[in-house]
Every structure is written in structure tokens, then in C-alpha cells.
Ligand binder design. Structure first.
Ligand code: SAH
Length: 505
């Protein structure tokens, strides 16, 4: 089984840093079912290719049957397993490139964030659904897909095609995203997931699928196949993904009816914005107004409002209460809050910044920046930057928002962020939201942190101690608000600190 990953980003040998595997070495990694070898067939400045080769040891495979290990019957592996890229390859890839899949790269942090020109080749991929399914699964994620069926026997074309596909994916994507796509989609294409589907598979899928699976047009098929047709688990996974509220670019395409007329006047726009804002409230009322589930008849409970929406609403309401007129969203991601701020004319100046250019590109599309009326465009600035470096562009706003951002920053870098935001940008108000880790026990099947990129998640006491210390250091007062249902035992899912600068400072 072979998989190769190539890049032409120069110097291409940086791929070695990203994968944490030195281009000049051949490295072996023992797996419970065989050996994974990583080597570089080419390693030049202009093009570098890393190969992951998996030798499956049928004996090890059979012996390794355990709770969390591959579970094969003899008949399955003697036929084709050793030669085909399959879910075993996905497991090996996850193990060997663990750090790269988490999007981390100490030596070159900016490189891990950047989309790179990539080419991934799988010479023999078992694919139930053929080349067509491979295209349906990979194309929506931004890949150019070349997929062709492998004939059963080159010498006897009349025998027809095998169930293998030769797959080449090309695209400009973050390496971590590419690895996560493969991790989820290889077993989905194979559709014979090799090991016992334990409840923590939900967790693995949610982690690997964060940022792209929820909005994928084939998310139902992907989730069901990944879960080995265990419907209850598949439903749980879909619900969790929906809660994370991740969207891929596909979802960002506005429905035609929502398009603004090109000659829309400023007044119309303001009215439309208010209507939009009210629309959200009306939906909320409709939702909370639904009848409670009837235990006797087993009527389904009303659909809970996703946490990301509740967070956004809490932040908007707080900004309004504080009377902020200019707001900067620090670590704005795909720009959902920026969009909501722009829809409210009371926010005269709105800015969004993020270290990820990919996130900003998506934000620009989502906000329909190119077609935005001038009056609205004039209120907005969107720029790339890191919150750990002082930057003049961060100054001059009434309020700054750090919504679900601090937990993405390595603890040793957090003091730099504090200095930049509270010491240098120094807005009147700073709103910080972060997960309340105590609430994690309420998430069925969650075993670790909520998001693969989280560097930490804090208890209420930890967050409040951090916030109190920052407030004291930089001359702010801080109050705390729960976001989401405030569970009597473990508190709310999200915690928010609202900082207000001391009058004197
Ligand atoms: N605020 C958004 C996105 C949260 S995800 C929301 O609530 O939906 C965290 C975001 O922080 C990511 O988009 C990530 O790129 C950004 N981020 C992480 N570290 C950063 C840093 N040092 N500087 C700027 N942005 C950062």
C-alpha cells in the first residue's frame, strides 16, 4: 500500500518540516498490523515527495485483535488487503503524521497555516462506487480529482475493471486539511472499515472532520459509511458536527433569493439589515416557543439552537449593551461575527483579523465582499495578522472580541497576546469567550478536548483566575457571563469575560 504526497511550494523540502520527517532519512514505524515506512523518493527545492508505504503483516493483523485495534477475519485480508490502500493506511497515516494532521509545526508555524500546492497519489485505492464517488467526495473540498478504474488484469481487458481506483488529487490546501480528508475518506471509499466501531469513533470523526465535513454535500454518506452503518453513532456524529457549526465553502454560496439588488440604496440596506437582525430573533422565539417534548408520546424535542449561534448572539447583545460603535473581531475565522456586526447599522466601523489567510479568503467570499454595496464596504476592514505581535491596525476600536481564540494559542504565547490586546490595542472593552472544560462531560462520546487545535480548555476557576490577573495587570475590570445553558453542576458550555478599561488608565 502506497501513498505519496508531493509539493511544489518552494523550497519544497519544507514538506519535511511539516511532516516532521527528515527528507534524508528512511523511517519505520511499527503498527499493530505491520510496518509503515516513510521515505522521500524526491527531495529537491522545486519538488519534494514523501511516500508512506505500508506493509501489512497478516499474522500481526490477526493477533492484534483487541478493543481498539484492527479486527480482521482471515478471508478479508488474504485477498487484497496487503496491496490496497485502505482504512489501514488511514490509521497508519494518522499515527505517523499525527502532528502534521493537527496542523502544528514548531519549526515553521506559518507554514502549517498556509495552503500549499499539493499532489497526492494513491495507485490502488479500493473504491466502492468507483471513480465517480471519489470525485463526489474530494471535489467539494477543493481537490482536482483524476480517478480511473484499475483493470482487473491488464492482459485481459475483457475481464473488466477491478474495484480499485488509481487516484491523484491536486489542489492548494493546508497539509493538515489534506491529511484529515484522507483520514476520513479513505475508509469511506473502501466501505469496509476494518476495526470495531467503538463510540470514540464519533469523536475521531468530529475531530478530523472539523471545518469541512458539516458542509460537505455528501456528509450523510460519509458519516454513515465511516461509522460502518451504525446509525445511532452516525446520527450522533452529524449532530455534533452541526453543533460545531463548521461550514465549508459550498455552504457559503448565497441562495439567489438572498442576493442584494445592485442598486440597493443605503436606506434600503439599513432596513434590510434590521429585518435580518429581527429575523434572527424571530427564529429564536419560534424555537424557544416550541412545545416541550412529551415524554408519553415520545415526540422529538425541539431542535436546540447551535452553540456557535448562541455565542454570537451573546457577544452581539453585550456589545450593544456596552454601546460600542466600532468593533474589531480578533481571530475572526470565517467572518460570521463580522457579517452579523455589519448587518447592524449601529456598528459604524467593523474590523476582522485572523492569522489564517485561508479563513480570510473564505470570510471574504462569505461576506460577498466583491458585491458588497459601497456604503457597507466602507464600514469594514479585513486583514491578516498575528495577535502575538503589536500591530497599529488593532488600535482605535471601542471594543475587541476574542471569540473562541485564546484556547488556540500556545500557553507560552498567551502573554504576548495579552500584551498586544490589553497593553497595546487597549480598547475600552474586550470580550473573551472560551470553552468551559467542566461542561465537556455533558458531550456524549467526547473523550478529549473539543477541537483538535485547542491547546487547552479551562475550568471556570482557571478562566476567571487568568482574566482577573490580566485585568489587574492592564488596568481593566472584568465580569463573567455564561453562554448557553448554565448547567447547575458543570456550568455553561461557553464562558465569557467582559473586560472594561479603568477610567483612570
Ligand atoms: N472567532 C471565530 C473563530 C474561532 S477559531 C469564531 O468564533 O467562530 C480560532 C481562530 O483564531 C482561527 O480562525 C485561527 O486562525 C485564529 N487564530 C489562532 N491563533 C491566532 C493568532 N495568534 N493570531 C490571529 N489569529 C489567530
Amino acid at each position: 500500500m502506497l501513498l505519496t504526497i508531493s509539493t511544489t511550494a518552494r523550497p519544497a523540502t519544507d514538506l519535511g518540516f511539516l511532516l516532521h520527517k527528515h527528507p534524508e532519512r528512511v523511517q519505520e514505524f511499527g503498527q499493530s498490523f505491520g510496518t509503515a515506512t516513510v521515505f522521500y523518493p524526491e527531495a529537491g527545492d522545486e519538488r519534494c515527495t514523501a511516500a508512506l508505504m505500508l506493509d501489512v503483516d497478516p499474522v500481526a493483523l490477526v493477533r492484534s485483535r483487541g478493543r481498539n485495534s484492527p479486527d480482521f477475519s482471515l478471508s478479508q485480508y488474504v485477498n487484497d488487503r496487503p496491496y490496497a490502500a485502505s482504512s489501514l493506511l488511514a490509521v497508519a497515516l494518522a499515527d505517523v503524521f499525527r502532528t502534521a494532521r493537527a496542523g502544528r509545526c514548531k519549526a515553521r508555524p506559518e507554514l502549517a497555516e498556509r495552503p500549499l500546492p499539493l499532489e497526492i497519489r494513491l495507485p490502488a485505492l479500493p473504491c466502492r462506487g468507483g471513480p465517480e464517488l471519489a470525485r463526489r467526495l474530494f471535489e467539494p473540498l477543493g481537490w482536482d480529482v483524476a480517478a480511473e478504474s484499475v483493470p482487473l488484469d491488464e492482459g485481459f481487458p475483457e475481464w473488466g475493471d477491478s474495484r480499485y481506483v488509481r487516484l491523484t488529487l491536486s489542489g492548494t490546501l493546508r497539509l493538515a486539511d489534506a491529511l484529515n480528508h484522507l483520514y476520513v475518506l479513505l475508509p469511506v471509499l473502501d466501505d469496509g472499515k476494518h476495526y470495531w466501531i467503538a463510540p470514540d469513533e464519533v469523536d475521531k470523526l468530529v475531530r478530523a472532520g472539523t471545518g469541512w465535513l458539516h458542509g460537505h454535500p455528501e456528509r450523510g454518506l460519509i458519516t454513515r459509511r465511516y461509522m460502518g452503518r451504525r446509525w445511532a453513532l452516525a446520527r450522533t456524529a452529524l449532530a455534533r458536527l452541526a453543533e460545531l457549526g463548521d461550514e465549508t465553502e459550498e455552504e457559503l454560496e448565497p441562495p439567489v433569493a438572498e442576493e442584494a439588488a445592485p442598486d440597493e440604496s443605503a436606506a434600503d440596506e439599513a432596513a434590510a439589515a434590521e429585518a435580518e437582525a429581527e429575523g434572527e430573533t424571530a427564529t429564536a422565539e419560534a424555537e424557544t416557543g416550541e412545545p416541550a417534548p412529551d415524554a408519553a408520546t415520545g415526540e422529538p424535542a425541539p431542535k436546540a439552537k447551535p452553540l456557535n449561534l448562541r455565542r454570537r448572539e451573546a457577544v452581539l447583545a453585550t456589545l450593544e449593551e456596552l454601546g460600542a460603535v466600532s468593533v474589531i473581531d480578533l481571530g475572526c475565522g470565517q467572518g460570521e461575527l463580522v457579517g452579523a456586526l455589519l448587518a447592524r447599522p449601529r456598528f459604524a466601523r467593523v474590523a476582522g483579523t485572523d492569522v489564517s489567510s485561508m479563513a480570510l479568503t473564505i470570510a471574504a467570499r462569505k461576506l460577498r465582499l466583491e458585491r458588497m454595496p459601497d456604503s457597507k464596504r466602507a464600514r469594514l476592514s479585513l486583514f491578516q495578522g498575528a495577535l502575538t505581535y503589536t500591530d497599529k491596525r488593532l488600535t482605535g476600536y471601542d471594543a475587541a472580541v476574542l471569540m473562541e481564540v485564546i484556547e488556540h494559542v500556545d500557553p507560552p504565547r498567551l502573554t504576548a497576546l495579552e500584551r498586544v490586546v490589553f497593553g497595546h490595542a487597549r480598547p475600552q472593552h474586550v470580550l473573551v469567550t472560551t470553552p468551559n472544560v467542566e461542561h465537556n462531560v455533558r458531550y456524549e462520546f467526547l473523550t478529549g478536548l473539543r477541537h483538535p487545535d485547542h491547546r487547552f480548555e479551562w475550568t471556570r476557576a482557571e478562566f476567571q483566575a487568568w482574566a482577573a490577573r490580566v485585568a489587574a495587570d492592564y488596568g481593566y475590570q472584568v465580569v463573567f457571563k455564561p453562554v448557553g445553558d448554565d448547567d447547575p453542576e458543570v456550568g455553561p458550555p461557553t464562558q465569557m469575560g467582559v473586560f472594561t478599561r479603568d477610567q483612570r488608565s
